[in-house]
Design a protein around this ligand. Structure first.
Ligand code: GDP
Ligand code: MG
Length: 160
């Protein structure tokens, strides 16, 4: 409600961020969530979830002709993932910067992949690549009622 007065609703976007099975297995859930929390984005949805092959294939449908597609689907379905919806102005591009390059060896130090991973096939986290894909992916991974509408008391201390 208050945010509506501070920034125009049209500027606010959402990104689907997912901690992949290696991030969960390696005990990096808190570390990764913490980076988005500390940056100042707003968490609107969060769940631990074991996804089906069908859902993984739909999520990565643009990559279905790539040679690594079958191994990618095996990887994403190999254990629970943490599904998140993060909201804010510019969150999609900013989250991609926080995450770092697809290949963790090329990702800058200070990014999640740059700090916490060594291989493309185990790069610990996903982030939407456009606001439209943010919408598409959040609708794909979350059911009606799973997102929370709330305002953070921090907002006036984050946005002038
Ligand atoms: P992202 O947007 O940075 O996650 O990268 P892409 O959209 O290009 O690819 C999606 C995911 O597929 C990556 O995060 C990796 O997990 C996986 N991937 C991409 N390229 C390769 C590859 O060459 N080999 C393998 N094994 N996995 C890949
Ligand atoms: Mg991508």
């Amino acid at each position: 409600v208050q945010r509506g007065r501070i920034v125009a609703a049209a500027e606010v976007e959402q990104s689907y961020i997912m901690i992949k099975p290696d991030g969960v297995q390696r005990g990096l859930v808190g570390e990764i969530i913490s980076r988005f929390e500390k940056k100042g984005f707003l968490l609107k949805g969060l769940k631990l979830f074991q996804c089906s092959k069908d859902l993984a294939q739909e999520h990565y449908k643009d990559l279905k002709d790539k040679p690594f597609f079958p191994t990618l689907i095996n990887y994403i379905t190999s254990g629970p993932v943490v599904c998140m919806a993060w909201e804010g102005v510019g969150v999609v591009a900013s989250a991609r910067k926080l995450i770092g390059a697809t290949n963790p060896l090329q990702a800058e130090p200070g990014t999640i992949r740059g700090d916490l991973a060594v291989q493309t096939g185990r790069n610990v986290v996903h982030g939407s690549d456009s606001p439209d894909n943010g919408k598409r992916e959040i609708a794909l991974w979350f059911k009606e009622g799973e997102l929370c509408e709330w305002e953070s008391v921090q907002t006036p201390w984050l946005i002038e």
